[in-house]
Design a protein around this ligand. Structure first.
Ligand code: SF4
Ligand code: SF4
Ligand code: SF4
Length: 313
């Protein structure tokens, strides 16, 4: 019998759950021998309020390991997260939505009421529609990372996280050892050729072509940041390559978009990237939408609506 584990998803797109399934062949021994899954909406039919809806309180069984994906966007997410904290001895935040707010926290940069109006009442969708109030959990004032609401014991970011690292984390916990996870940045695992200075001095638009020789390995390609592309490798946690090999986007000759969140625990990808651009000789004012650098890490109060400017008399 394995160690009991419960999984839950909050504001999740299910990509983290697919990453769990993408563990592949190793998933079978993981969920049949290493773990004893007692609750996982992705994999098993275990209802919140009894199997026939007869319960009146949320039922999540006790488990040694709890895994939550997604950020905390509404009152239902908050209730489920608190219940997971109560029922699980060790709680893991899995995926960048859970660790740093992820894509849903982009909403934190907008006025919430205006966003809801736009989502539910735009003429392009359903003219005259109302913002629903029945059977839709009320939103919180913003999107939160899980550790802003409950104590989180371990975090594994990624959008989605790397399946090999998910397996390593879970097996290490069960074996009572420290998991072998990359503690470096994407740049630290990138073989692209660096010469220490940008060739252009300003950020290029994403639609421009990267310069590389298709016949050459990535190690022969000039660093994308030095080519002038907004590659967020310097400020983004490594791991998308499973700890070795070329980072996923770089292997496709595409700049890193920052999906693993900041390298440092309380790092700010926006501020760190401004420094990164400056030290590569790139004018940060050439970045058109600087706040978009927080596209994966807008929780923890990083991304807020812009204050309205009051015109001077
Ligand atoms: S981290 Fe990415 S893959 Fe996971 S739930 Fe969020 S958006 Fe989806
Ligand atoms: S900035 Fe991008 S291309 Fe350059 S080394 Fe870092 S990850 Fe690689
Ligand atoms: S290269 Fe950057 S954006 Fe691409 S998968 Fe890796 S961490 Fe995410």
């Amino acid at each position: 019998m394995g160690v009991t584990a419960a999984m839950e998803w909050l504001g999740s797109c299910s990509g983290c759950e697919i990453a769990f399934l993408n563990i592949g062949e190793d998933l079978v021994p993981l969920i049949t021998e290493t773990l004893d899954l007692v609750h996982a909406p992705l994999l098993m039919d275990h209802k919140y309020f009894g199997q026939c809806g007869e319960g009146v309180t949320l039922e999540i069984p006790d488990a040694v390991i709890g895994i939550v994906t997604g950020g905390v966007n509404n009152r239902e997410h908050l209730t489920v997260l608190r219940q997971m904290r109560k029922k699980c001895r060790l709680l893991i935040a899995l995926g960048t939505c859970a660790t740093h707010g992820g894509i849903p926290a982009l909403m934190n940069g907008q006025d919430q009421q205006a966003s809801w109006q736009a989502i539910f009442k735009t003429v392009s969708t359903d003219p005259g529609a109302e913002i629903p109030e029945v059977e839709v959990p009320p939103p919180l004032d913003r999107v939160y990372a899980c550790d802003e609401k409950v104590k989180i014991d371990m975090q594994l970011p990624g959008c989605p996280p790397n399946p090999e690292l998910i397996a390593e984390l879970l097996v290490a916990i069960v074996e009572g050892r420290s998991p072998v996870l990359p503690g470096k940045s994407v740049c630290d695992t990138c073989p692209a050729r660096r010469e220490g200075r940008s060739v252009v001095g300003k950020v290029k638009r994403f639609i421009e072509n990267v310069e590389f020789d298709p016949g050459e390995p990535v190690s022969g390609m000039r660093c994308l940041l030095e080519q002038g592309f907004m590659c967020m490798g310097p400020v983004t946690a490594g791991g998308c390559n499973g700890g070795e090999g070329v980072p996923a986007c770089i292997s496709a000759r595409v700049p890193c978009r920052g999906c693993f969140g900041p390298v440092r625990k309380n790092g700010n990808q926006l501020l760190d990237m401004m420094n990164g651009l400056a030290s590569n000789g790139i004018d940060f004012k050439s970045v058109v939408d600087r706040r978009s650098i927080l596209r994966f890490s807008g929780a923890h109060g990083r991304l807020r609506p812009l204050k309205k400017r009051v015109a001077k008399e």
